[in-house]
Ligand binder design. Structure first.
Ligand code: HEC
Length: 130
């Protein structure tokens, strides 16, 4: 029994370590939050992913010096996230230092790293004409 418990500890420790090295936040948890319509107290039934599928278009946001949403200048990526939580998602917003905020920002930062790879265009997707 002791041996089995020891085995179970290995993946747990691995998870703890990998999150500790991801710049403080947990990318995986951030991704879960990104798909959660109740994130940040959201009540409109929309998740971040509803408007930003797979984070497309947000790859550079975390590194931007200036973000502007619908003409409003945001001071930080956290403020931009809160603007999207409060307005379209009808949520309360998050404390900038909360774990959820740190995790979602880590997820957004991870998008930029993936953006280097060229992606195959999906043929099923309808073309945007705007
Ligand atoms: C109802 C649709 C909607 C939802 C839901 C939504 N957003 Fe947005 N988001 C927008 C729009 C519209 C903009 C502004 C785009 C623009 O002005 O170019 C934006 C802008 C942003 C930006 C700034 C992009 C940039 O680089 O200029 C970030 C970051 C962002 N959203 C993150 C999120 C996150 C995180 C969530 C979930 C908490 C979320 N959004 C939920 C519609 C949405």
């Amino acid at each position: 029994m002791k041996f089995i418990k020891g085995l179970l500890l290995i993946p747990m420790i691995t998870v703890l370590f990998s999150s500790a090295f991801a710049g403080g936040g947990d990318v995986k948890k951030g991704k879960t939050l990104f798909n959660d319509p109740k994130f940040g107290g959201g009540t409109a039934g929309k998740s971040c992913n509803s408007c930003h599928p797979d984070g497309k278009g947000l790859e550079k946001s975390a590194d931007k010096k200036e973000i502007s949403i619908m003409g409003n200048k945001m001071k930080s990526i956290e403020e931009a996230v809160n603007a999207c939580i409060k307005n379209p998602m009808k949520g309360k917003g998050l404390d900038v230092k909360s774990a959820d905020m740190v995790n979602i920002v880590s997820y957004l930062k991870s998008l930029g790293k993936k953006a280097e790879k060229p992606k195959k265009v999906e043929e099923k997707m309808p073309e945007k004409t705007k």
